[in-house]
Design a protein. Structure first.
Lengths: 180, 200
């Protein structure tokens, strides 16, 4: 395979970052399309990449960019791909953030956001319910979800501790099981 | 606290959030909510709700958009000028991706081995229900305030839900999102339209 230039990697990921709205899961098809059209990554590899990018902490899209960039050109490729996909979203948000402050007292903007706020919260609730269905009929998963919710909401415990304890617990139980 | 110190705290807070985010954009939002809104009180619930809505309707990864915006807003709230606020947004954006960048580079090297690792799978399996609880907690935190040991025990976040019209919009948005399977952009834009129609 011909060596891909760093500039080309930057340009392709900048395109992905600029034209996909809606976050990680919406971006997977766009990334898949761009990468497989250029034969940068085979269709068999893609599910593996998605699984790995989801398993690693952080942003799904950024993780996929790092992975693909690295496969093409090593560490510089990973850096360039990441910078490409974050470049225009950062500029875009900065422009909004700067202008929103001067318009936030505008009566029309106030009315718009009076409607946007409850809608945005409802979208999060709907996402929570969708995600919770993944617990299925497994009682300990429901118990863990409920315990996490109560610890954070009532006792103000940071979710980071919940994650740390879960990782340690899962590793411990799995190692103990495999030892038997 | 000087502006430079705040910038450093932004970096360390977002680095920590980036390291412990499993499960994408909404998981990042739930961590920002607990660490920055509730934990440090750097921005208000209603401002964060606005940011969450804007992050979902503009191009780019939701978690990144949210971090960029929160970084800017935290500096502005502390009285920083335009330039330092831009520095805040760039600091937050880079800090949120740096841990995953380092971890992904490590994973890529042992790609095949890691993928089949049973410990890795066990951890992923156990984290999923915890992420459900986290995102549920963040959703509640933008709706209600819990005050253990005080009366009233529960109060409504009135900036987000001032009256019955807000609850009506929320119910319609939930129905459109969950039962109607509409994407976040349409639902949030629909909320904007209802806001113009219902609020004087």
């Amino acid at each position: 395979m011909k060596k891909v230039s760093l500039w080309e990697i930057f340009a392709v990921f900048a395109k992905i970052g600029t034209f996909t709205i809606g976050g990680g899961y919406m971006m997977i098809p766009a990334i898949q399309d761009e990468l497989s059209r250029r034969h940068w990554i085979s269709d068999e590899e893609l599910p593996d990449i998605v699984a790995l990018a989801q398993g690693a902490p952080g942003l799904l899209t950024v993780n996929m960019s790092i992975f693909a960039g690295y496969r093409l050109r090593g560490v510089p490729g990973g850096i360039v791909a990441t910078l490409g996909c974050i470049f225009s979203p950062i500029i875009f948000i900065l422009l909004i953030a700067m202008f929103f402050r001067s318009f936030s007292d505008n009566p029309l903007v106030v009315r718009i956001f009076a409607g946007v706020r409850p809608a945005a919260v409802a979208v999060m609730f709907a996402f929570t319910v969708k995600l919770a269905k993944g617990n299925g009929r497994c009682w300990w998963k429901w118990l863990m979800s409920a315990a996490t919710l109560l610890l954070i909401a009532l006792l103000d415990i940071s979710p980071i501790y919940a994650i740390l304890v879960t990782i340690a617990g899962a590793l411990g139980i799995n190692m103990w099981r495999e030892k038997k | 606290m000087s502006e430079l110190e705040l910038l450093m705290q932004l970096f360390s807070t977002f680095f920590l959030i980036g390291m412990f985010t499993f499960g994408g954009g909404y998981a990042i939002m739930s961590l920002i909510q607990s660490e920055i809104v509730t934990g440090r009180g750097w921005i208000t619930e209603s401002m964060f709700t606005d940011i969450a809505a804007i992050s979902q309707t503009t191009p780019g990864p939701i978690g990144l958009n949210c971090s960029t915006y929160v970084g800017y807003e935290v500096m502005r709230n502390a009285g920083a000028g335009q330039l330092m606020s831009v520095a805040g947004s760039i600091t937050a954006s880079l800090a949120i991706i740096l841990p995953s960048f380092l971890i992904m580079l490590a994973i890529v090297r042992f790609y095949t081995k890691f993928h089949e690792n049973r410990n890795f799978k066990a951890v992923m399996d156990a984290l999923k229900p915890v992420v459900v609880g986290m995102i549920a907690a963040a959703s509640f935190a933008l709706t209600l305030k819990f005050q253990p040991g005080q009366t009233p025990f529960i109060t409504v976040i009135t900036d987000n839900f001032p009256d019955w019209k807000s609850w009506a919009i929320a119910a319609a948005a939930f129905a459109a999102s969950y039962f109607g399977k509409q994407g976040p952009i349409r639902v949030i834009l629909g909320g904007a339209l209802l806001g113009i129609l219902l609020f004087p």
